[in-house]
Write a protein that binds this ligand. Sequence first.
Ligand code: G6P
Ligand code: MN
Length: 442
Amino acid sequence: MKLTILGGGGFRVPLVYGALLGDRAEGRITHVTLYDVDADRLAAIGRVLAEQAAGVPGAPVVTTATDLDEALRGAAFVFSAIRVGGLAGRAADERVALAQGVLGQETVGAGGIAYGLRTVPVATAVARRIAAVAPDAWVINFTNPAGLVTEAMARVLGDRVIGICDSPVGLGRRVARLLGADPDEAWFDYVGLNHLGWLRGVRVAGRDQLPRLLADPEALGSFEEGRLFGAEWLRSLGAIPNEYLHYYYFSREAVRAYRGAGRTRGAYLHDQQAAFYASPSLDAWRATLADREATYMAANREAAGAGERAAEDLEPGGYEKVALALMRAIARDERTTLILNVRNRTTLSVLDADAVVEVPCLVDAHGAHPVAVEPLPGHAVGLVTAVKAVEREVMAAAESGSRAAAVKAFALHPLVDSVTVARRLLDAYTAEHPGLAYLATS
Ligand code: G6P
Ligand code: MN
């Protein structure tokens, strides 16, 4: 069975390949095709994968391709993990926003909108090629902003595209650990959009254990989200927000910390990865990954006085485990429940059926089916509907090339505080990114 990875020269590909190497079961992936527009990056990652596979009997065969159709042909699964504009593009997304005094981040706020405007046209074109060349393939989208990009691809591919993110899993794992529960036995009542969700309950043997955690200040102070948001705010919400909500609930502090940092996250990763790609090896990859994990959201943690990340949180295992579990569930009809980005249908009543949401899904050979959940609390309705409206303007702008729609996307975002700023952001982004030329005139 063939898996094609789009963005196959990307830094996190060895995580996926490592997970595949551990899969010995019948019906596993036997062939991996790495597709990338950059042959040098492909060669570098190919080298790391070869080191990983050394001595592993039955390791999936790896081939590389720079022709998209050739890469897609015969694929049972396609992972889309592209980064339009590379890390230099991400750094520019972040820098331009911060220069206007608003949040500059990969997926949230102005930076996420700019990234979305650059990525949606490319992801849509990719989806069309998949529909033409590999219409039966299941597509797993890792590309950020993952919810928005999944929705854009779903307009072409329907429910054959499923978006994934590891942050709800990480949150669930941390909370389960505190409760002394096995994460595989617990039911996580987590709902929202990608990077905009809330854990509202954790049922173990039919009983919600989250109130017990919310009542325990010591436990709340001992894990990532507790330190980031503070026990008092978590108790006020009655839920544990995804770590990305820090940008909303502590917007001023986050913007101040990001503006004060010498380099943006994208610029930091750009330099870090340039060193790795210049002399790639498995050891260099491991060291680079460890540094990336240790510095994740460092400015937010500093702003919140949250200290270092816990040792357990530095271990990889989230992202690639979700992808492998999803692929196994579909390919072998191994029923499981995963928190995924899928079309809403009737799950969240405040959104329409085609809106991609991040919710628990039952997965089987027929794909991912969102599970019925309690309605969103009022405070979450506001953010979720506002951000979905922004995503819709991004998709409208990408489809029509309308500058007005792009301005609307920036201006309607809760973290952009003026229409004037929205216009300036669009001007600055179009000046910066050749990939946004389609918005420059109309
Ligand atoms: C989390 C997010 C991902 C993001 C990753 C790496 O896992 O859910 O969407 O890609 O962190 O973030 P970084 O800042 O290291 O690129
Ligand atoms: Mn994510």
